[in-house]
Design a protein around this ligand. Structure first.
Ligand code: NAG
Length: 160
């Protein structure tokens, strides 16, 4: 909530300098970075805000990369938080996490995680122990698995 409030403030205070749309974007995007290896859809657009709409239309969209020069959106099915090792420097791009209606990783069968640990990395340290959708070997078949998030996100799969 606090974060949203700050974001709003930043948008308001910069509105007179540049267009509101551009400044709000600067506040939430990460310039010169892109998430590699989780692009499930790629397309050219006429303006960056089109990527928001495209991402919000896809249930598994978690974030996107945008190429300013070539006006390309790359929709990712992970956030940088889930896969920090895949978050790389690339000057032509910027990265944005999905703002509205993002499904938490592992919360739906269309968006299975590789592991409980990945869910915890994606959703934060306060992620609760629960059943989550996993596809540990990436076969395309998601299974519901209990994740004990207190045990650093170890899945019950390992104990059985
Ligand atoms: C995520 O996207 C990659 C392609 O980058 C694909 O191989 C993988 O199956 C997708 N995973 C999910 C859960 O959609």
């Amino acid at each position: 909530m606090l974060w949203i409030f700050r974001y709003f403030l930043a948008c308001v205070s910069f509105t007179n300098l540049v267009t509101a749309e551009d400044q709000c974007r600067i506040e939430i995007n990460i310039r010169g970075m892109a998430l590699k290896g989780f692009v499930f859809k790629r397309m050219t657009v006429t303006a960056p805000h089109n990527c928001d709409f495209l991402c919000e239309r896809e249930i598994s969209c978690q974030s996107y990369n945008f190429n300013r020069k070539e006006q390309i959106c790359e929709l990712n099915n992970r956030t940088k938080d889930a896969r920090p090792e895949n978050f790389r420097s690339d000057p032509a791009w910027f990265y944005i996490r999905r703002l509205n209606g993002r499904a938490p990783l592992g919360s739906i069968p269309e968006l299975p995680a590789r592991s409980c640990r990945e869910i915890k990395a994606s959703e934060g340290k306060d992620t609760v122990s629960n059943k989550y959708w996993l596809d540990p070997s990436g076969t395309g078949k998601a299974v519901l698995v209990y994740c004990d998030m207190n045990l650093e996100g170890k899945s019950s799969l390992r104990h059985r």
